[in-house]
Design a protein around this ligand. Sequence first.
Ligand code: NAD
Ligand code: KPL
Length: 321
Amino acid sequence: MPDSAIPQNPPNAPARASTTWHILGAGSMGMLWATRLARADLPVTLILRNDDRLQAYKAVQKLTLIEGEDSQHWPISAQTPETDEPIQRLLVTCKAYDAEQAVKQIAGRLSPGAELILLQNGLGSQQAVAAQVPHARCIFASSTEGAYRDGDWRVVFAGRGHTWLGDPRHGPAPQWLEELQLSGIAHEWSPNILSRLWRKLALNSAINPLTVLHDCRNGGLQAHDAEVNTLCAELSALLEHCGQAEAAIDLATEAHRVIQATANNYSSMHQDVSQGRRTEISYLLGYACTAARNRQFAVPCLQGLHQRLSEHLRQRGLPCN
Ligand code: NAD
Ligand code: KPL
């Protein structure tokens, strides 16, 4: 498709009317989902922070999805949280530290039986959101896709991956998964999404903080094997203690595999710190340390790492929560 073309309905568009995908958080992941859903001719509406952001969007009125050499524009509708329109299906793509506040703003708009899909990394924010909307169904998601913004309203699809979705209350898989299929969003329904989220949290906690403190790419941790092993041993013991034994299986082996497979990459936390952005530390390493403290389970190395990282962030004027 040529650059600047605005694509028309594809032949595989679903015949029946679909529920609108409201997307709260038009950042990297929000735009990546919005453009692919729109590409499948599904109804999508962005919920932007405020009227300033809405006016800025109205000046362009489209999102751009960049995949390799290809760039496509999608004229997606947008509104503010204050808009008076009911929401049946909400994809939340804010950072973990913004999700609760963002959902609070639109909670009054949720229809009876509304569904929320929470795409935050780590743990803690999903539970906080779910507690705020007790009558809605909250589906948790864990994604290995990679995307970044290279300008306002522009997203680069940087790494193909997979998204696991699941219901922590073990409800059935929703019908709308077929819409993800139509949109080319690689996904799987996970019967134990908490285990998946814990596993990713553990890997991110063993790798990301060390890349920040050693100021290296993921591959640089090959010179710090012993430190990675010690952290993985504590994380595995903690996971087992928290009833997440499955997430603990061969954790160190997996951490070393990820370090090798992504050797040339900077971790997401390293990128956040080097660009002066707030990290999601409280929902990764911080969540693990709090879980240990609540259970009076000793994790001295994780706690030491948390303190060193918090100090490092403080020195750079970044929040350590
Ligand atoms: P991002 O910072 O690019 O996007 C977040 C967006 O939310 C921003 O546009 C921000 O303005 C918006 N926002 C914040 N508060 C809001 C509010 N009250 N109302 C409306 N919008 C609001 O973040 P991202 O990279 O898309 O990450 C989102 C989540 O997905 C994070 O938890 C991240 O860890 C996870 N994730 C990201 C990637 C990736 O490659 N980017 C991959 C996997 C998982
Ligand atoms: O997910 C990651 C991240 O950078 O956030 C990996 C590549 C697994 C490193 O922890």
